[in-house]
Design a protein around this ligand. Structure first.
Ligand code: HEM
Length: 231
Protein backbone atom coordinates (compact mmCIF):
# COMPACT_ATOMS: atom_id res chain seq x y z
CA UNK A 1 0.00 0.00 0.00
CA UNK A 2 2.91 2.30 0.81
CA UNK A 3 4.16 1.98 -2.74
CA UNK A 4 0.93 3.34 -4.20
CA UNK A 5 1.65 7.09 -3.92
CA UNK A 6 5.11 6.44 -5.40
CA UNK A 7 3.71 4.47 -8.33
CA UNK A 8 1.06 7.11 -8.84
CA UNK A 9 3.72 9.83 -8.74
CA UNK A 10 5.96 8.01 -11.25
CA UNK A 11 3.03 7.44 -13.61
CA UNK A 12 2.11 11.11 -13.49
CA UNK A 13 5.74 12.14 -14.01
CA UNK A 14 6.02 9.75 -16.97
CA UNK A 15 2.81 11.17 -18.50
CA UNK A 16 4.03 14.76 -18.06
CA UNK A 17 7.42 13.99 -19.61
CA UNK A 18 5.66 12.22 -22.49
CA UNK A 19 3.45 15.29 -23.03
CA UNK A 20 6.55 17.56 -23.15
CA UNK A 21 8.15 15.21 -25.67
CA UNK A 22 5.11 14.71 -27.92
CA UNK A 23 4.30 18.44 -28.08
CA UNK A 24 7.92 19.44 -28.71
CA UNK A 25 8.48 16.76 -31.37
CA UNK A 26 5.16 17.63 -33.06
CA UNK A 27 6.15 21.32 -33.16
CA UNK A 28 9.58 20.48 -34.63
CA UNK A 29 7.96 18.19 -37.21
CA UNK A 30 5.50 20.86 -38.36
CA UNK A 31 8.32 23.44 -38.44
CA UNK A 32 10.40 21.22 -40.73
CA UNK A 33 7.42 20.38 -42.94
CA UNK A 34 6.02 23.90 -43.26
CA UNK A 35 9.42 25.53 -43.85
CA UNK A 36 8.59 28.91 -42.25
CA UNK A 37 9.62 31.82 -44.45
CA UNK A 38 9.33 29.85 -47.70
CA UNK A 39 5.96 31.55 -48.34
CA UNK A 40 3.45 33.72 -46.53
CA UNK A 41 1.29 30.64 -45.92
CA UNK A 42 4.16 28.68 -44.37
CA UNK A 43 4.00 30.98 -41.32
CA UNK A 44 0.45 29.86 -40.54
CA UNK A 45 1.02 26.16 -39.63
CA UNK A 46 4.35 27.04 -38.02
CA UNK A 47 3.09 29.86 -35.77
CA UNK A 48 -0.17 28.11 -34.88
CA UNK A 49 1.62 24.90 -33.88
CA UNK A 50 4.22 26.88 -31.93
CA UNK A 51 1.39 28.72 -30.12
CA UNK A 52 -0.93 25.82 -29.29
CA UNK A 53 1.27 22.75 -29.23
CA UNK A 54 4.36 24.28 -27.64
CA UNK A 55 3.80 27.55 -25.75
CA UNK A 56 0.34 26.83 -24.39
CA UNK A 57 1.17 23.25 -23.40
CA UNK A 58 4.36 24.37 -21.65
CA UNK A 59 2.49 27.25 -19.97
CA UNK A 60 0.03 24.75 -18.46
CA UNK A 61 2.68 22.18 -17.52
CA UNK A 62 4.58 24.85 -15.54
CA UNK A 63 2.15 24.10 -12.68
CA UNK A 64 2.53 20.32 -12.86
CA UNK A 65 3.95 19.00 -9.57
CA UNK A 66 5.31 15.99 -11.50
CA UNK A 67 7.74 16.20 -14.42
CA UNK A 68 7.93 20.00 -14.68
CA UNK A 69 11.47 21.41 -14.64
CA UNK A 70 10.07 24.34 -12.61
CA UNK A 71 8.35 22.33 -9.87
CA UNK A 72 10.83 23.58 -7.24
CA UNK A 73 10.12 27.24 -8.07
CA UNK A 74 7.85 29.30 -5.79
CA UNK A 75 4.25 29.50 -7.00
CA UNK A 76 4.61 33.22 -7.79
CA UNK A 77 7.49 32.57 -10.22
CA UNK A 78 5.52 29.75 -11.87
CA UNK A 79 2.60 32.15 -12.29
CA UNK A 80 4.88 34.70 -13.94
CA UNK A 81 6.40 32.10 -16.28
CA UNK A 82 2.87 30.88 -17.09
CA UNK A 83 1.67 34.28 -18.28
CA UNK A 84 4.90 35.04 -20.18
CA UNK A 85 4.51 31.73 -22.10
CA UNK A 86 0.79 32.42 -22.68
CA UNK A 87 1.61 35.90 -24.02
CA UNK A 88 4.15 34.35 -26.42
CA UNK A 89 1.47 31.83 -27.46
CA UNK A 90 -1.06 34.60 -27.99
CA UNK A 91 1.41 36.62 -30.09
CA UNK A 92 2.17 33.57 -32.28
CA UNK A 93 -1.53 32.73 -32.66
CA UNK A 94 -2.35 36.34 -33.64
CA UNK A 95 0.50 36.45 -36.20
CA UNK A 96 -0.45 33.00 -37.58
CA UNK A 97 -4.04 34.20 -37.94
CA UNK A 98 -3.01 37.40 -39.73
CA UNK A 99 -0.75 35.35 -42.05
CA UNK A 100 -3.56 33.04 -43.25
CA UNK A 101 -6.24 35.75 -43.48
CA UNK A 102 -3.92 38.06 -45.45
CA UNK A 103 -2.73 35.17 -47.65
CA UNK A 104 -6.33 34.27 -48.51
CA UNK A 105 -7.16 37.93 -49.09
CA UNK A 106 -4.24 38.29 -51.54
CA UNK A 107 -5.29 35.08 -53.32
CA UNK A 108 -8.89 36.39 -53.57
CA UNK A 109 -10.31 33.43 -51.59
CA UNK A 110 -13.42 33.43 -49.39
CA UNK A 111 -12.74 33.37 -45.66
CA UNK A 112 -13.73 30.81 -42.99
CA UNK A 113 -15.24 28.33 -45.44
CA UNK A 114 -13.96 25.12 -43.82
CA UNK A 115 -14.54 23.53 -40.41
CA UNK A 116 -10.87 24.14 -39.66
CA UNK A 117 -11.13 27.82 -40.63
CA UNK A 118 -14.28 28.29 -38.56
CA UNK A 119 -13.06 26.50 -35.42
CA UNK A 120 -9.74 28.31 -35.88
CA UNK A 121 -11.52 31.68 -35.87
CA UNK A 122 -13.48 30.77 -32.72
CA UNK A 123 -10.27 29.50 -31.08
CA UNK A 124 -8.31 32.68 -31.79
CA UNK A 125 -11.21 34.84 -30.46
CA UNK A 126 -11.56 32.69 -27.31
CA UNK A 127 -7.79 32.81 -26.70
CA UNK A 128 -7.89 36.61 -26.95
CA UNK A 129 -10.80 36.84 -24.49
CA UNK A 130 -9.18 34.33 -22.12
CA UNK A 131 -5.92 36.32 -22.06
CA UNK A 132 -7.80 39.58 -21.53
CA UNK A 133 -9.83 38.06 -18.67
CA UNK A 134 -6.61 36.69 -17.13
CA UNK A 135 -5.43 40.26 -16.48
CA UNK A 136 -7.91 40.23 -13.57
CA UNK A 137 -5.76 37.56 -11.88
CA UNK A 138 -2.79 39.93 -11.88
CA UNK A 139 -4.97 42.91 -10.84
CA UNK A 140 -7.88 41.34 -8.88
CA UNK A 141 -9.08 44.79 -7.81
CA UNK A 142 -10.26 45.32 -11.42
CA UNK A 143 -13.14 42.92 -10.82
CA UNK A 144 -15.36 44.05 -7.99
CA UNK A 145 -17.18 41.43 -5.94
CA UNK A 146 -15.13 38.43 -7.18
CA UNK A 147 -12.64 36.75 -4.88
CA UNK A 148 -9.23 35.78 -6.28
CA UNK A 149 -10.04 32.11 -5.58
CA UNK A 150 -13.22 32.35 -7.65
CA UNK A 151 -11.39 34.12 -10.50
CA UNK A 152 -8.74 31.37 -10.49
CA UNK A 153 -11.40 28.65 -10.68
CA UNK A 154 -13.11 30.29 -13.67
CA UNK A 155 -9.73 30.95 -15.32
CA UNK A 156 -8.75 27.27 -15.00
CA UNK A 157 -12.09 26.00 -16.35
CA UNK A 158 -12.15 28.46 -19.28
CA UNK A 159 -8.45 27.73 -19.92
CA UNK A 160 -9.20 24.03 -20.28
CA UNK A 161 -11.93 24.80 -22.83
CA UNK A 162 -9.59 27.13 -24.73
CA UNK A 163 -6.85 24.51 -24.82
CA UNK A 164 -9.33 21.90 -26.08
CA UNK A 165 -10.45 24.28 -28.83
CA UNK A 166 -6.81 24.83 -29.83
CA UNK A 167 -6.23 21.06 -29.89
CA UNK A 168 -9.42 20.62 -31.95
CA UNK A 169 -8.25 23.20 -34.51
CA UNK A 170 -4.85 21.52 -34.79
CA UNK A 171 -6.59 18.16 -35.14
CA UNK A 172 -8.86 19.47 -37.92
CA UNK A 173 -5.76 20.86 -39.66
CA UNK A 174 -4.25 17.37 -39.66
CA UNK A 175 -7.44 15.51 -40.70
CA UNK A 176 -6.41 15.59 -44.29
CA UNK A 177 -3.66 13.12 -43.36
CA UNK A 178 -6.33 10.55 -42.63
CA UNK A 179 -8.10 11.37 -45.86
CA UNK A 180 -4.83 10.88 -47.74
CA UNK A 181 -4.13 7.54 -46.14
CA UNK A 182 -7.62 6.40 -47.10
CA UNK A 183 -6.98 7.03 -50.76
CA UNK A 184 -7.33 10.81 -51.02
CA UNK A 185 -5.16 12.91 -53.24
CA UNK A 186 -1.94 11.49 -51.79
CA UNK A 187 0.66 13.22 -49.67
CA UNK A 188 1.35 16.77 -50.71
CA UNK A 189 3.40 19.66 -49.34
CA UNK A 190 1.59 22.21 -47.17
CA UNK A 191 2.12 24.79 -49.87
CA UNK A 192 -0.12 22.75 -52.17
CA UNK A 193 -3.14 22.73 -49.88
CA UNK A 194 -6.29 24.32 -51.23
CA UNK A 195 -6.47 27.61 -49.38
CA UNK A 196 -2.70 27.85 -49.18
CA UNK A 197 -2.26 29.18 -52.71
CA UNK A 198 0.30 31.86 -53.14
CA UNK A 199 -1.01 35.20 -54.36
CA UNK A 200 -0.70 35.42 -58.14
CA UNK A 201 -0.57 31.63 -58.46
CA UNK A 202 -3.91 30.74 -59.92
CA UNK A 203 -3.64 27.18 -61.16
CA UNK A 204 -5.29 24.53 -58.94
CA UNK A 205 -2.84 23.93 -56.18
CA UNK A 206 -2.58 20.15 -56.44
CA UNK A 207 -1.51 20.46 -60.07
CA UNK A 208 1.57 22.35 -58.99
CA UNK A 209 3.12 19.21 -57.55
CA UNK A 210 4.07 16.97 -60.43
CA UNK A 211 6.87 15.37 -58.52
CA UNK A 212 8.79 18.60 -57.98
CA UNK A 213 8.45 18.65 -54.24
CA UNK A 214 9.40 15.31 -52.85
CA UNK A 215 9.20 16.29 -49.22
CA UNK A 216 5.80 14.78 -48.80
CA UNK A 217 3.96 16.44 -46.04
CA UNK A 218 1.31 14.80 -43.98
CA UNK A 219 -1.50 16.62 -45.70
CA UNK A 220 -3.92 16.02 -48.54
CA UNK A 221 -7.08 17.39 -50.10
CA UNK A 222 -9.04 19.80 -47.99
CA UNK A 223 -12.35 18.81 -49.59
CA UNK A 224 -13.58 16.33 -46.95
CA UNK A 225 -13.95 18.94 -44.38
CA UNK A 226 -15.53 21.77 -46.22
CA UNK A 227 -19.07 22.26 -44.93
CA UNK A 228 -21.70 20.17 -46.58
CA UNK A 229 -19.25 17.60 -47.87
CA UNK A 230 -20.56 14.10 -47.46
CA UNK A 231 -17.19 12.41 -47.78
C1 HEM B 1 -4.70 25.71 -33.46
C2 HEM B 1 -4.08 25.97 -34.58
C3 HEM B 1 -4.72 26.65 -35.77
C4 HEM B 1 -5.65 27.65 -35.79
C5 HEM B 1 -6.30 28.36 -34.61
C6 HEM B 1 -5.93 27.94 -37.19
C7 HEM B 1 -6.79 28.91 -37.66
C8 HEM B 1 -7.17 29.08 -38.98
C9 HEM B 1 -8.15 30.02 -39.47
C10 HEM B 1 -8.94 31.01 -38.59
C11 HEM B 1 -8.24 29.88 -40.82
C12 HEM B 1 -9.20 30.60 -41.75
C13 HEM B 1 -8.60 31.85 -42.39
C14 HEM B 1 -9.53 32.47 -43.40
O1 HEM B 1 -10.42 31.80 -43.89
O2 HEM B 1 -9.32 33.66 -43.70
C15 HEM B 1 -7.32 28.84 -41.21
C16 HEM B 1 -7.14 28.40 -42.50
C17 HEM B 1 -6.23 27.42 -42.88
N1 HEM B 1 -5.39 26.72 -42.07
FE1 HEM B 1 -5.27 26.91 -40.04
N2 HEM B 1 -5.13 27.12 -37.98
C18 HEM B 1 -4.38 26.31 -37.15
C19 HEM B 1 -3.45 25.35 -37.54
C20 HEM B 1 -3.18 24.97 -38.85
C21 HEM B 1 -2.19 24.02 -39.26
C22 HEM B 1 -1.25 23.26 -38.31
C23 HEM B 1 -2.26 23.93 -40.62
C24 HEM B 1 -1.41 23.08 -41.53
C25 HEM B 1 -1.65 21.86 -41.72
C26 HEM B 1 -3.31 24.80 -41.08
C27 HEM B 1 -3.70 24.96 -42.39
C28 HEM B 1 -4.68 25.84 -42.85
C29 HEM B 1 -5.07 26.00 -44.22
C30 HEM B 1 -4.53 25.21 -45.42
C31 HEM B 1 -6.04 27.00 -44.26
C32 HEM B 1 -6.76 27.56 -45.49
C33 HEM B 1 -7.97 26.79 -45.81
C34 HEM B 1 -9.11 27.05 -44.85
O3 HEM B 1 -9.58 28.17 -44.73
O4 HEM B 1 -9.50 26.08 -44.17
N3 HEM B 1 -3.83 25.44 -39.98
N4 HEM B 1 -6.67 28.38 -40.07
Amino acid sequence: MDAQPGTYGYTRAACTILTHLVCTIFTILITVLSRPGSSLFSWHPFLMTLAFSFFMTEAILVFSPHGSPFRMFPHKSKGRLHWVLQCLGLACAALGFVAIVYNKHLAGKAHFTSWHGLTGLVTVCVVGIQCLAAVSLIYPSLVKGWSLAKLKRYHAAAGLLTYLLGGGSLFLAQLRVVHGLRGGAGLVPYSALPGAEQPGHHEPSLQRLHGKETLAVLTVSMQPYKYGSNQ
